[in-house]
Design a protein around this ligand. Structure first.
Ligand SMILES: [Zn+2]
Length: 490
């Protein structure tokens, strides 16, 4: 006999089906923070207007059109997002946490105060950077996420060998393939998040390091070794290149001749100090290469980078500092007041002193090459990440990333592409894109709330209303207090 469903259960079923179409009831709004009526911006969906975003614990919960959601909640902190813009937290994908000893303790606060919720450390001794990563992991709500490379894996002679104050001991040199393998193994044993291969490596030692990183499943970044062509380095499996270093050589009409000359200089200069030898090579070739770029060759090089997914981190901030002199702008000098002493006084004096030196023609030409290359990278679909190289060369940690975004836009990226380079792309680079880099349900709650639209003017990324890190809200008052602490040297 056919069993009849009792009427009451039938009714419940109907109600259950209908409830998905109704406004979400207040009782179901599990949230610690609700950002009401805000415009969302991320690289996947662009601009989504008038949305309400729920944050529960350290994750983004429900996101709905504001009129679809009843945002009354008895316990959640409710933020009125009207006229504001909610973005994923920013990355600075090229920093050195341990470059200036006196600055290291202030770095995390500087990043957070400027909306930087993740950083990629691209070079520092293990005993200095690993404790910083540990600190960050133990206090994720008040520090940025930290990914570290450890020291630069270099050849012999070694550029950053600690021989001069300008060449601190950031690198370890390998004269043989065996030593290169040993150095890479040491990094992998320390569970670094990426490897950084450097300029004085032989092709064989370079390829050994790449194989080690690949086997461990982590990205390998670096500078194209002076002994190699960029195409050869990319084909070997480099995940990314920093500062577009030595790409100018690869894109020159006489790139083969330049490579042969570099190899001879490296061979003849084995007894030199590493930094001196590198400088001599750059001096001998850079301006010539910049003046003799070949469009067909450049197209070929960039096509290989795109096909191999060898990303670029142009670090415009440091590369442009010589030509643009932004570090003596009033706002930039003001940012020095957030730095601890003696760095604050030192930078104020030395940034001004540096700005008094004339800008050479070669510097201007190299700067122009950089801006043009950003446009070419975009056309060739080469992926870009935003990174600064702070705190080298008067680049205030945190503040400088916003300059980087502006410089990328000046180079030809749209504001949304610049935001992508500082959010979605770094997350993808570290295979974290399933949970980081977008304002999307279920993703980690690292967020930036702005008072003005960065798609209209990228400099609006500095108009920070609040930062959410690992689900913790740092509102404007909290960020101001953080800055006040920094000013007072706390
Ligand atoms: Zn660097």
């Amino acid at each position: 006999m056919k069993k009849l469903i009792p009427f009451s259960i039938f009714l419940l079923l109907i109600l259950a089906c209908n409830s998905t179409k109704m406004a979400i009831p207040t009782a179901n709004l599990a949230a610690d923070i609700i950002v009401k009526n805000v415009h969302i911006i991320d690289a996947k969906n662009g601009l989504q207007k008038d949305m309400t975003v729920l944050i529960k614990g350290n994750r983004i919960g429900k996101i709905e059109q504001t009129n679809e959601i009843n945002a009354k909640s008895s316990t959640a902190t409710i933020i009125d997002g009207s006229g504001k813009y909610l973005l994923p937290g920013l990355w600075d994908a090229h920093v050195h946490l341990a470059f200036i000893k006196e600055l290291t303790p202030a770095m995390f606060k500087l990043f957070l105060a400027h909306g930087i919720t993740s950083v990629r450390d691209t070079g520092g001794q293990l005993h200095l950077v690993l404790p910083e990563r540990e600190k960050a992991r133990n206090d994720p709500q008040n520090t940025p996420r930290v990914m570290v490379a450890g020291p630069l894996l270099d050849g012999v002679p070694t550029v950053y060998d600690g021989s001069t104050p300008n060449n601190p001991h950031l690198g370890i040199g390998a004269g043989t393939v065996e030593e290169a393998a040993k150095n890479a193994d040491e990094m992998l044993a320390a569970k670094v998040d990426l490897l950084k291969a450097y300029e004085m490596l032989t092709p064989e030692a370079f390829k050994t390091i790449l194989a080690k990183g690949k086997a461990a499943g982590i990205p390998i970044t670096g500078h194209v070794p002076l002994s190699m062509d960029a195409i050869e380095a990319s084909n070997a499996g480099m995940s990314s290149m920093e500062h577009m270093r030595n790409l100018e050589f690869a894109c020159a009409a006489d790139w083969e001749e330049l490579l042969a000359k570099r190899k001879k200089m490296l061979f003849d200069g084995q007894a030199e100090i590493g930094s001196t030898l590198r400088r001599n090579i750059h001096t001998a070739q850079r301006s010539h290469a910049v003046d003799n770029q070949d469009a067909a060759r450049r197209t070929k090089v960039l096509k290989v980078l795109a096909e191999n997914e060898t990303w670029q981190v142009p670090t415009m901030s440091i590369m442009m500092a010589g030509a643009e002199r932004f570090n003596v702008r009033p706002d930039w000098l003001e940012s020095f007041n957030l730095l601890p002493e003696p760095v604050r006084t030192n930078w104020k004096t030395n940034a001004v002193k540096f700005a008094e030196t004339p800008v050479t023609e070669a510097t201007t030409a190299y700067a122009n090459w950089f801006f043009e290359m950003v446009g070419h990278l975009k056309t060739a679909n080469v992926d870009i990440m935003a990174g600064t190289d702070c705190p080298i060369f008067f680049l205030t940690p945190g503040y400088s990333l916003h300059e980087e975004l502006a410089l990328l836009v000046k180079g030809g990226l749209t504001p949304l592409e610049a935001i992508e380079a500082a959010t979605t792309k770094p997350a993808e680079y570290f295979k974290m894109d399933k949970e980081l880099g977008l304002v999307q349900e279920g993703m980690l709650a690292d967020l930036l709330l702005l008072d003005a639209n960065p798609l209209e003017d990228i400099r609006n990324t500095l108009k920070i209303n609040a930062v959410v890190r690992d689900g913790k809200l740092h509102n404007r008052a909290a960020l101001d207090a953080l800055k006040e602490d920094l000013r007072e040297g706390k």
